[in-house]
Design a binder for this molecule. Structure first.
Ligand code: TPP
Ligand code: MG
Length: 540
C-alpha cells in the first residue's frame, strides 16, 4: 500500500508540489489561500510575496524557464487570479511549466454572492493546458499531480487549479502522490530520417533554434546535430547561447543573408511566427521540428515536420550516416557577413553621443557582465537593442517576454532569476514605459533581500509606439512619458538605491556600483528620444 499523508488542504497540496520538484511559492496575500501559507510556513518552504499578482506569475515563470521545472504562483480568489492572467498567457505562449493555484469562494454556498466569487476556470482555460476546480480535499494531491504532469508534458505550458474555501481548509487522510511520470512523445522515425536527409544534402542549410530546445533539455543534442551535419545555427528566445558566441557554427548578425540564401531552413523548437517572417523563407524548403504534433505550423507548407521529444530527434540527426554536401563555402560566406555585422555593432556600441544612445549602454554593459549573468528584457526599442547587442554566452541566461510580448515581466522575472541563482548577476533592461508596470516590486525585492540591477533606458516616451505613430500619421498621441523622470529615486524610496546617468563616460562606473550594491539598484540612463530601433515592420 502506498504511504498515507494527513493534513489540511494546504499540507496535502504541498506534499504533491514537492514530489514534482517545486521548491518555493510566489504570492500576494489573500485569506482564501491561507492553508497553503500555513503548510509552507510550517515546513520551511520559501514564500516570496509581491505587490501585484502578475509579478508572482512572472516570477514563477522565470523559475520554470531557467530551471526547467514547475514554478508555482498562489493567487487569492477573484481579482488575485484575474490579475495573474497576463502572466498565465505569457507562460502559455512560452511553453513554461507554471502552476497557478487559486483560492475560490466556498462551493457549498456558490451563487449566494460570496466575496470574490467568480468561476475562474472558463477565464483561464484558453491559456492553460489544464484548468480545474478541485472538488474535494481528498483529491488535492491527485489533482496537483495531474496539473503538473500536463504542465511538464511537451508541448509544455501552464496549468491552473482553484480550491474552494472549504476544500482547502478541511483535513483528510490520503495516499501520498507517487513519483512523477512525464510521458515522452516519440517522433516518427520516417519524418526524422527525411529531415536528416534534407539537411545533409542541402547546399545552404540553416538552423534556427528556439526556446523549446532549452525547455526540452536538448541543447547538447542540438550542438551535436549542428556539428555532425555542419549547419550554421541562429537562435531566439531561450535558445540564445545554445552555441557559445565563439563557436564556428554560431551566428547572430548574418540572419538576413542566411535566410535569403538558404535552400533548407530547419526551425527547431519555436513556432513559425512573426519573429520568423511567419516561416516564409523565399525558395528555401522548411523543416519544422517541434516537440509535439500540436505545434506543427498550419499556415506554412513544410517539407517535413518531425514532432516529438527534441532530444530524440536531434540525437538522430547527429547520428545520420547518409550522404552529405560540403557546407564549408556557405559557412565561410556567412562568417564574412557575420564579422561585418559585428564590426558595425562594435562601432555603435562604442560611439560617443549626447544624449546617450541605447547601443552605448549595451557596449558598457557587456564589459561588466559575467558569462553566466542573467539578463532580462522588459520594454520596447530599448529591449530590441538588448536582443541585438547582448550575446548570451550560455543558454538559459536570457529572458525575454516571448511572442506574447507582454510588458511588465521585469521585476517578476528578476525575482525568479534571483531566487534561482543567489550568486549570479541579474540584470533587467527596462524601458521607462515598461517600468510603470512592475517597478513597485522593487520593494518586494528590497524587503526580501533579493538584489538585482535594473538599467532603465529612459527616453521619456513609449518609443516603440511613438516613432511608428509619427511615421504612420505624422503626429502621435498617448506616446509621451515625463522626460528625465527619476526612476532611481523611486527605487531608493522603496528600499533600494540608484543613480541617474546622462554622460556615456559615467555609464561604466555606475554599472560597477550597481552590481556591487547588494540591494536593488536602478541605473536610470537618459537616452536619446530621437533614436528609433530600425525595423522593417513597426507594429508591435
Ligand atoms: C502590456 C502591454 N501593453 C502595451 C504594449 C504595447 N507596447 C509595446 S512596446 C511599447 C512601448 C514600450 O516603451 P518603453 O518601455 O518606454 O520602451 P522604448 O520603446 O521607449 O524603448 C508598448 C506600449 C505591450 N506590448 N504590452
Ligand atoms: Mg521609453
Amino acid at each position: 500500500m502506498s504511504e498515507m499523508i494527513e493534513g489540511h488542504g494546504g499540507e496535502l497540496a504541498l506534499a504533491a508540489l514537492r514530489a514534482y520538484g517545486v521548491t518555493e511559492m510566489f504570492t500576494l496575500s489573500g485569506g482564501h489561500v491561507f492553508p497553503l501559507y500555513d503548510a509552507a510556513h510550517k515546513a520551511g518552504f520559501p514564500i516570496y510575496d509581491v505587490r501585484h499578482e502578475q509579478s508572482a506569475v512572472f516570477a514563477a515563470e522565470a523559475v520554470a524557464k531557467l530551471q526547467r521545472r514547475p514554478g508555482l504562483a498562489v493567487l487569492t480568489a477573484g481579482p488575485g487570479v484575474t490579475n495573474g492572467i497576463s502572466g498565465l498567457t505569457s507562460a502559455f505562449f512560452n511553453a513554461s511549466p507554471v502552476l497557478v493555484m487559486g483560492g475560490r469562494a466556498p462551493a457549498f454556498r456558490w451563487g449566494s454572492g460570496s466575496l470574490q466569487e467568480i468561476d475562474h476556470v472558463p477565464l483561464v482555460a484558453p491559456v492553460t493546458k489544464y484548468a480545474a476546480t478541485v472538488a474535494g480535499t481528498d483529491q488535492i494531491p491527485a489533482e496537483v499531480a495531474r496539473a503538473l504532469t500536463a504542465a511538464l508534458t511537451a508541448h509544455r505550458g501552464p496549468a491552473f487549479l482553484d480550491l474552494p474555501l472549504e476544500v482547502l481548509f478541511s483535513s483528510e487522510d490520503v495516499a501520498a502522490p507517487g513519483a512523477p511520470e512525464i510521458p515522452v512523445v516519440e517522433p516518427d522515425p520516417g519524418d526524422v530520417a527525411r529531415a536528416a536527409e534534407l539537411l545533409a544534402a542541402a547546399e545552404r542549410p540553416v538552423i534556427i533554434a528556439g526556446s523549446d530546445v532549452w525547455g526540452g533539455n536538448a541543447i547538447a543534442e542540438l550542438r551535436a546535430a549542428a556539428e555532425a551535419l555542419q549547419i550554421p545555427v541562429f537562435a531566439n528566445g531561450m535558445g540564445r547561447g545554445a552555441l557559445p558566441p565563439g563557436h564556428p557554427l554560431a551566428f547572430a548578425r548574418a540572419r538576413r543573408p542566411a535566410l535569403d540564401g538558404a535552400d533548407v531552413v530547419a526551425v527547431i523548437g519555436t513556432p513559425l511566427d512573426f519573429r520568423l517572417g511567419f516561416g516564409e523563407f523565399g525558395a528555401a524548403r522548411v523543416v519544422h521540428i517541434v516537440d509535439a504534433p500540436t505545434q506543427r505550423a498550419g499556415h506554412v507548407e513544410t517539407a517535413v515536420s518531425p514532432a516529438g521529444d527534441l532530444r530524440l530527434i536531434l540525437a538522430a540527426l547527429a547520428d545520420h550516416t547518409g550522404p552529405r554536401a560540403d557546407h564549408s563555402g556557405w559557412i565561410d560566406g556567412l562568417r564574412v557577413a557575420e564579422d561585418a555585422g559585428k564590426a558595425r555593432d562594435a562601432e555603435a556600441m562604442a560611439a560617443e553621443s549626447d544624449p546617450i544612445k541605447p547601443a552605448r549602454v549595451y557596449g558598457e554593459l557587456r564589459k561588466v557582465l559575467a558569462p553566466d549573468a542573467v539578463t532580462i528584457g522588459d520594454g520596447g526599442d530599448f529591449v530590441s537593442y538588448a536582443g541585438r547587442y547582448l550575446e548570451p554566452a550560455q543558454p538559459g541566461t536570457w529572458l525575454d517576454p516571448g511572442p506574447y510580448g507582454c510588458l511588465g515581466t521585469g521585476m517578476g522575472y528578476a525575482m525568479g532569476a534571483r531566487v534561482t541563482y543567489p550568486d549570479r548577476q541579474i540584470c533587467v533592461l527596462m524601458g521607462d514605459g515598461a517600468a510603470g508596470f512592475s517597478l513597485m516590486d522593487a520593494e518586494s525585492l528590497a524587503r526580501q533581500k533579493l538584489p538585482v540591477v535594473i538599467v532603465v533606458g529612459n527616453n521619456g516616451i513609449w518609443g516603440l509606439e511613438k516613432h511608428p505613430m509619427q511615421a504612420m500619421y505624422g503626429y502621435d498621441v498617448a506616446a509621451d512619458l515625463q522626460p528625465g523622470l527619476r526612476y532611481d529615486h523611486v527605487v531608493e524610496a522603496l528600499g533600494g538605491a540608484g543613480e541617474t546617468v546622462e554622460k556615456s563616460s559615467d555609464l561604466g562606473p555606475a554599472l560597477e556600483r550597481a552590481f556591487d550594491a547588494g540591494v536593488p539598484y536602478l541605473v536610470n540612463v537618459l537616452t536619446d528620444p530621437a533614436d528609433a530601433y530600425p525595423r522593417s515592420s513597426n507594429l508591435a
